[in-house]
Design a protein around this ligand. Structure first.
Ligand code: PAF
Length: 294
């Protein structure tokens, strides 16, 4: 694996690989790599003849004041080792001044899609994400970029940004990877104490309960969400930031549960913020099938 901490040599490496033919594939991450990232890398690795680049950068501009920027896990050595085991071609680990050499005054903002869910709870978050991902796309010039479905709203935002700004990149999604107890893999899971773990796992239980209600014929989104919230409260999660059922294509609210829908949840267990979601295709006859966002 080649390691780059500056832009210029990485650009040369990518240009060289491009001359050799085959697509450039980027998996952007903030490090503390886990099997969820592994699913993104695996999907990228399967692209015929591709050169796989993983970026590792804890992006300060997507954290609001008071969030966990200072304590966000930073494990660059073991991340690079992991990339080696995953057979990644290049790792980009830039420092702060490489990505933000001057006070940032140019921003990328995606409207509407960023209003609900995490956008409501974390003002400015998606502006930071869209801006850094644009920078990474400009640095690496990938043909394909892979993101995880756990950050469903982020994936929709980046896909729309790439389409609407004519970025020549195809955005692909890797499915959520879960721990044996159902907890979605996340770099933040390492903050959880053994005592908090069962409460964290209740989030997945709440998603399953939502599915059960829909399978049993419930088509009123508010009633499904009510059951989900009751489950989370009973499990003792410390704070429910949101639990919502929305249209999975544009995150609009639903009158009735039908078509491709997303049940998205954000909670706090102790000090740890966890997000999770399930996307289902709900057909006319009442069938509910797991689906990818896109
Ligand atoms: O999902 C993440 O890890 C980050 O939001 C991303 C896409 C790497 C941007 O900093």
């Amino acid at each position: 694996v080649e390691i780059f901490d500056t832009i210029a040599p990485l650009r040369e490496f990518v240009a060289e690989r491009r001359r050799g033919g085959g697509p450039i594939v980027l998996v952007p991450t903030m490090g503390a790599l886990h099997p969820g990232h592994g699913a993104c890398v695996g999907l990228g690795r399967r692209i015929e003849g591709g050169t796989l680049v993983v970026s590792i950068f804890v992006n300060r501009t997507q954290f609001a004041p008071g969030e966990d920027l200072a304590t966000y896990p930073r494990t660059p050595e073991s991340d690079i080792e992991q990339c080696r085991r995953w057979d990644v071609d290049a790792v980009f680990v830039p420092g702060e001044s490489e990505m933000y050499p001057s006070a940032q005054r140019t921003w990328v903002s995606v409207e509407e899609l960023t209003d609900p869910l995490c956008g409501r709870v974390r003002p400015g978050h998606f502006r930071g994400v869209a801006t850094v991902v644009t920078k990474l796309f400009n640095v690496v010039a990938p043909d394909v970029a892979v993101f995880g479905q756990k950050d469903a709203q982020q994936a929709l935002v980046i896909k729309e940004m790439a389409e609407q700004l004519n970025m020549p990149v195809e955005v692909r999604l890797a499915p959520i990877v879960r721990e044996p107890d159902g907890l979605a893999m996340s770099s933040r899971n390492r903050y959880l104490s053994p005592e908090e773990r069962p409460r964290a796992a209740a989030v997945y239980g709440a998603l399953l309960l939502g599915r059960e209600r829909i399978e049993a014929g419930e088509r009123n989104p508010a009633r499904v969400v009510e059951a989900v919230v009751r489950h989370l409260r009973a499990a003792g999660v410390d704070e429910i930031q949101y639990a919502e059922l929305r249209d999975a294509r544009d995150l609009c609210t639903l009158e009735k549960i039908a078509g491709k829908v997303i049940l998205a949840v954000a909670v706090k267990v102790g000090k740890t913020r966890l997000i999770d979601n399930a996307v289902w295709d709900v057909d006319e006859t009442g069938g509910v099938a797991d689906a990818l966002l896109f």
